[in-house]
Ligand binder design. Sequence first.
Ligand code: PEP
Ligand code: MG
Length: 315
Amino acid sequence: EVERTLAADTAPGGTSDGHLVALLANIGTAEDAERVGPTAVEGVGLFRTEVLFLERTTAPTVEEQTEVYERTLRALGDRKVVVRTLDAGADKPLAFATQPDEENPALGVRGFRLVRTNPDLIDTQLAALAAAQQATGARPWVMAPMIATPAEARDFAARARAQGLAQVGVMVEVPAAALRAREILAEVDFVSLGTNDLAQYAMATDRLRGELADLLDPWQPAVLDLVAATARAGLELGKPVGVCGESASDPVLALVLVGLGVTSLSMSAGAVPAVRYALRHHTAEQCRAMADAALVAGAAPEARAAVVALLHSSV
Ligand code: PEP
Ligand code: MG
């Protein structure tokens, strides 16, 4: 019953005092796009395109890719769609691109770094997205994963704009990028925080090691500091700073992220109604107070407890 009531709420995401925060879906396939299209999500904040590339012996052709991107864009109509370029390597090896024998694959040639060895992969993908843009008249956003420096952001932006893509961004999921968010944002139109990898790299903790979950916790004050630094840079430059890691799907943490200055939240589509409800019951000022409380806490459980204590009583 409660779930049905929540799902029936299709208003745009925002605080009770009208501060808007787009609530977006994370997807991995065109089928996912067709599934979330009819729901109340305000768009797609992360299309993990690597699904198209995994478990193949050769890269998908530009035509194959164009078809998938076209279907995805059509499924969302005029809503925002953020397509992430191939994030291979580490836990997502590719037979035709990544090295099988890297000693530290999470620190190796992964994400946008593949441009060093296989620039054609990224350029073909951008060309396919541009072709889908042309065919549909949609205006996709595009972003690169695993950016560590402003120079990498500049390189990606040049490649994407050369294809005619207009909304170009990068992920902030390496601590160096969060610490230099201002310089990175100067090169691109937006950034999106990947809190899964940001926590992994900030806490030096393998994201696949369940027994270390306490260290990987996105409530870790050090991780929140990096989110805060990135959001501050976005506010200063007047550019969007989203979150597309799992942290966005925790309704309590979502309030903190908004309080820190994050402008959109992307999550599994099923998590959107609860996040929308939590936001709707708090003002922007309350979210800021929660963010302040989380930042002064000494540890992750204390940060969460301090914020829970501030929750509006109707939630
Ligand atoms: C992240 O790292 O938080 C993220 C959204 O990307 P992925 O989980 O695909 O690495
Ligand atoms: Mg990531």
